[in-house]
Design a protein around this ligand. Structure first.
Ligand code: UD1
Length: 375
């Protein structure tokens, strides 16, 4: 061991964080003499299929600290994470705290670290939707305002950070760790027997199908919006059966607003990563309001209709297979029909640096930039 390895605290809290830390941990494990990391799970997501299963399937070691914060209003959840993470930082004294993405855990832990004088490293920095009604946009803006090192997935992120006057020397365009993870897991999936995976029986029963995910408050918490999406999905399902693993909040809202899905829509519980990958990688079409899935579908060239009016990931529209459709049923049905009219094409074009090696690049920069903190 190096006498003074760089002490890192890696934060993950919600489902979309887990696939981003997996490749970083693999890359750090290649440099054990340089880094000494501790993993902190805030517990923002806690259902087995939203959390534990991801650790198992993605090969993430058990967390060193589990903060068990659970759900709450944004203020309550953020405050709870901050209170509990501060104690962890005071005990572990990391040289840097590494946060990923844009969830409440990202925001809470970066504020705590910064106020304790600990360097903040933000992975997936610089993305902007321009829409502050979206909680993630606020999380992204605040996290980036106080981050010391920025790792960026696409050119728009670099432009946004420069426009916000961050020094160019702190901004590193490295590609996307989530795409590293996707390629890693696809290779593993190819060796697996998928019979018995949740959703596999439905998949096998359908010659062709679409996949739906939906969980944004702007789509599911407003009855009018959710009614629009449900009507749009019914129109699509008249031509293409849909498989819909539903986030717990979405299921709850459908019941609360008394909305029923068309019979050709197969509703499932949230799926583990591998079962979900097994499903969407062969889909004819994906309809989603997720951030990550816009990117993963682009990486595999699968047509994606994003049920939002904007995206913080414009490279998926400019260079990828993504189109923005919002939640108007007529628009959803019309664009889906257009996609289905065109024969599926396989494409090998991917955004720059989405090559499965982002985590290696990140770790090389961290070793160089953080070393002075550890001597
Ligand atoms: C969070 C992220 C969002 C991300 C999404 C992916 C924020 C602001 N939002 O949204 O960016 O796209 O995760 O899933 O951080 N719940 C459960 N079980 C769980 C977790 C949540 O039942 O394991 C239910 C609870 O009723 C909870 C609700 O889902 O109140 C919302 O959870 P929360 O973590 O607040 O936000 P998400 O909508 O999951």
């Amino acid at each position: 061991m190096r006498e003074n390895p760089i002490r890192l605290s890696i934060v993950a809290g919600a489902r979309p964080n887990f696939m981003k830390i997996a490749p970083i941990i693999r890359a750090l494990d290649q440099h054990k003499t340089t880094f000494n990391y501790r993993l902190v799970h805030t517990g923002q997501h806690y259902d087995r299929n939203m959390s534990e299963v991801f650790f198992e399937e993605l090969g993430i070691p058990p967390p060193d600290h589990h903060l068990n914060v659970g759900s709450g209003s944004h203020a309550v959840q953020t405050a709870e994470i901050m209170t509990r993470f501060e104690a962890v930082c005071l005990a572990d004294r990391p040289h840097a705290v590494l946060v990923v993405g844009d969830v409440n855990s990202t925001l809470a832990c970066s504020i705590v670290a910064k106020k304790l004088g600990i360097a903040v490293v933000h992975i997936e920095a610089g993305l902007r939707s321009g829409d502050t009604r979206m909680p993630e946009e606020i999380n992204r803006m605040v996290t980036d305002a106080i981050s010391d090192l920025f790792f960026v997935t696409e050119p728009s992120g670099v432009e946004n950070l420069l426009r916000e006057a961050h020094p160019a020397s702190h901004i590193h365009f490295v590609g996307h760790v989530m795409i590293d993870n996707l390629f890693h897991q696809l290779a593993a999936l190819a060796e697996m027997d998928t019979t018995g995976f949740e959703g596999d029986a439905v998949k096998r029963s359908l010659p062709s199908y679409g996949v739906v995910t939906l969980h944004r408050p702007s789509n599911v918490d407003d009855p009018q919006a959710l009614r629009g999406v449900v009507a749009g999905l019914a129109a699509v399902a008249a031509e293409l059966p849909l498989v819909f693993p539903a986030h717990p909040r979405t299921r709850a809202r459908l019941a609360e607003f008394g909305l029923t899905l068309a019979p050709n829509i197969h509703l499932l519980d949230p799926l583990p990563y591998m079962a979900f990958l097994n499903l969407w990688k062969d889909a004819r079409l994906v309809l989603t309001d997720s951030g990550g899935l816009q990117e993963e579908t682009t990486a595999l060239g699968i047509p994606c209709l994003t049920l939002r009016e904007n995206t913080e990931r414009p490279v998926t529209v400019d260079e990828g297979s993504n189109q923005l459709v919002g939640n108007d049923p007529i628009r959803i049905a019309g664009l889906a029909r257009q996609v289905l009219r065109v024969a599926p094409q396989s494409t090998s074009a991917r955004p720059a640096l989405w090559d499965g090696r982002a985590a290696e690049r990140i770790v090389a920069v961290l070793a160089r930039e953080l070393l002075p903190l550890a001597v």
